[in-house]
Design a protein around this ligand. Structure first.
Ligand code: ZN
Length: 260
């Protein structure tokens, strides 16, 4: 019997989520930074690994690939513009990934900014987004290798996806992101409400992800840097001289880097 596809979070390290896409028989793993929790999850759910998908080269996303390949002979999809050992299928925007074992098709987007060659995977039929460290619930990744202009373009591609798209990001950063979002846009009641909900979820030990593109557009300052409320805050904080969207985004990202 064919069962519908599911996405399961596998927690790893301090605050990473590794994602398993599975149909109760086969699984694809997104960003296996550590092989051990993935092997444990596969064994517990009696799943056969069918593919590995990577968004970028950071160790907490790709560090488990070599160990998984010792046990599983599977294709490794990943960014063509980054050097990651083990990639068998290098990808750029416009490519699509077919996973016949799961009956799943994924589209590839180039989303540079956090790293220079970062990619994201979109399951258009299911309305799922696997975006690594580009878009977070209530925030976005740090700009380690890219420019603010690249990151705003990348985030715009993600924001253009349907509002009900589930955002499977790679870290549980939501509460600290939303604390910053409240400071950046104090007049947005949806942000304050989302922070309260996220804090309650964490107290119950629940994950706050996936979120949705619609919720991110309503509450994530890194998608809302054009909003007058945010521009006004940046000016009041003395962080924005010229009123220009990419400058506002850059000022916001700078502020978040040191926000406690
Ligand atoms: Zn990263």
């Amino acid at each position: 019997m064919i069962q519908p596809l599911q996405v399961t979070a596998v927690p790893a390290f301090a605050d990473n989520y590794l994602w398993l896409i599975h149909d109760h028989q086969h699984a694809a793993v997104v960003d296996p930074g550590d092989a051990a929790p993935i092997e444990a999850a596969l064994a517990a759910m009696h799943l056969k690994l069918a593919a590995i998908l990577l968004t970028h080269h950071h160790g907490d996303h790709a560090g488990g690939v070599a160990d998984l390949l010792k046990h599983w002979q599977v294709p490794v999809f990943g960014p063509a513009r980054e050097k990651i050992a083990g990639i068998s299928h290098p990808l750029v925007e416009g490519d699509s990934v077919a996973l016949p074992a799961l009956g799943l098709q994924l589209a590839v987007l180039d989303v540079p900014g956090h790293t220079a060659g970062h990619i994201a995977y979109v399951a258009r039929q299911q309305h799922w987004l696997f975006c690594g460290d580009t878009l977070f619930a209530g925030g976005c990744g740090r700009l380690f290798e890219g420019t603010p202009a690249q990151m705003t373009d990348s985030l715009a591609k993600l924001a253009a996806l349907p509002g009900d798209t589930l955002v499977y990001c790679a870290h549980e950063y939501t509460v600290s992101n939303l604390r910053f979002a409240v400071a950046a846009e104090p007049g947005n009641a949806d942000v304050a409400q989302r922070l309260a909900k996220a804090m309650a979820a964490r107290e119950r030990g629940e994950a706050t992800v996936p979120s949705t593109i619609g919720l991110e557009k309503a509450t994530n300052p890194f998608l809302r840097y054009r909003e007058p409320g945010i521009v006004q805050t940046l000016k009041a904080e003395g962080r924005l001289q010229q009123e220009e969207p990419v400058a506002a985004f850059a000022a916001l990202r700078e502020w978040k880097n040191s926000y406690r």
